[in-house]
Design a protein around this ligand. Structure first.
Ligand SMILES: [Zn+2]
Length: 306
């Protein structure tokens, strides 16, 4: 068996003495285990799926499915509530920014709710560019921004190679755990930052500890391993914290059964009868979307180039 090399710090597992965690069998046909680097403590899926397998997953609209409902608070209460929580953190980190208008590049935008949430809650004008490989999401995003009367503030791209501008904010929400080379990826993301721009990252907080399905995550970060990576990219951390309900108690914890699981199940059943704003409030409380906790479900950071 060839020894694994850490994609962040390049340490090799030559003595096969790294901590091993089983990769859930049901969630990915390729990866059998997660190895934790002895130096930077990054968790690495082993073996990694091939690029062909990953391309097939992300580029054929199979990740989001073929039916794309309209983007509304009622259809996407969690995404909107997450978008609000993320935007508040980003904007708080830009307190000194004097600009009337903020440009945002959201890489791996999904449904683009970060941009819509920012557009709704910010006092500044938001110009939002979404990089999202699923063209069906582009159609849904255009409809949503059109209905806000702000279609001219939206740009959509299928891939990062199409982007040439620089932005005040570059956002990576639940993206970094999907890439094979985090150093190269972050260095590239930083080339899209304005001189004083901020990079926002949101990733699962060691989700191998609480999820039954990890599909299709390749890297497993703790606050410690993320700080190591950010330092290597020469980024200045403005804020880094655990966010979301404590992993041990979250409804997203697949290993426990609590009343929160039951509530989650009830809300998912009755959600079609509940107004979007009320659903957002309910999911916000249930998942602790805007709640700081060192052992929370996610890690969020805002950083700047040194
Ligand atoms: Zn390492």
């Amino acid at each position: 068996m060839t020894s694994l090399t850490c994609p962040t710090c390049h340490l090799e597992n030559t003595n096969n003495d790294w901590v091993v965690f089983p990769y859930p069998k049901e969630s990915f046909k390729t990866s059998q285990r997660i190895l934790f680097c002895n130096r930077c403590h990054l968790g690495i899926a082993d073996p990694m799926p091939t690029d062909e397998e990953l391309d097939e997953l992300y580029q054929k609209s199979s990740f989001w499915g073929n039916v794309v409902p309209r983007i509304t608070e009622k259809n996407n209460p969690v995404e909107f509530a997450l978008g609000r929580a993320r935007w508040r953190l980003i904007e708080a980190s830009m307190a000194g920014c004097q600009k009337d208008s903020i440009t945002v590049l959201d890489i791996g935008a999904g449904r683009g709710c970060l941009g819509l949430a920012a557009h709704r809650i910010s006092k500044k004008t938001i110009k939002y560019s979404a990089v999202e490989p699923d063209p069906l999401q582009h159609i849904a995003m255009k409809e949503a921004w059109q209905s806000e009367g702000a279609l001219e503030a939206l740009q959509v791209y299928l891939e990062l190679e199409e982007v040439s501008d620089r932005y005040d904010v570059v956002a990576l929400s639940h993206v970094l755990e999907h890439v094979k080379s985090p150093v190269d990826f972050l260095q590239k993301a930083c080339t899209f930052l304005q001189k004083d721009g901020v990079l926002f990252i949101d990733i699962p907080n060691q989700d191998h500890l609480f999820k039954k399905s990890l599909f299709p995550h390749l890297l497993f970060f703790s606050k410690e391993s993320l700080v190591f990576l950010l330092d290597k990219i020469n980024l200045n951390v403005l804020t880094i914290d655990g966010w979301g309900r404590n992993r041990e108690k979250s409804p997203m914890n697949g290993h426990i059964q609590t009343y929160l699981h039951f509530l989650h199940w009830i809300i998912c059943i009755v959600k079609r009868f509940v107004p979007g704003k009320l659903q957002m409030w309910g999911f916000n409380w249930l998942l602790g979307l805007d709640h700081r906790d060192p052992n929370g479900t996610w890690i969020r950071t805002v950083c700047k180039q040194k």
